[in-house]
Design a protein. Structure first.
Length: 68
C-alpha cells in the first residue's frame, strides 16, 4: 500500500509493480498528482511539470497491478 498519489507515490507505485508487486495507491483527494500537478515549472531546471507528471499518471491508470 502506497499512501499519497503525488509524484513520489506515483513513482514508488510504478517501481513496485516493476518488481512484480500488486500496489494499492491511496489518495485522499479526488485527483492524483499532488502539488506537482498545480505547478507550471520545476526547480531548478524550469522543466514543464505536467510534461513530467502526465506520462506517469497515464502509466498508473493503465497498469493492471495498481489499484487506486
Amino acid at each position: 500500500m502506497v499512501i499519497g498519489a503525488g509524484i513520489a507515490g506515483i513513482q514508488t507505485s510504478l517501481d513496485l509493480t516493476e518488481l512484480g508487486l500488486k500496489v494499492y495507491l491511496v489518495e485522499k483527494t479526488p485527483s492524483i498528482g499532488g502539488r506537482m500537478a498545480q505547478l507550471d515549472k520545476t526547480f531548478p531546471t524550469n522543466d514543464c511539470s505536467l510534461c513530467i507528471l502526465a506520462p506517469k499518471m497515464v502509466e498508473v491508470f493503465r497498469n493492471p497491478n495498481i489499484e487506486l
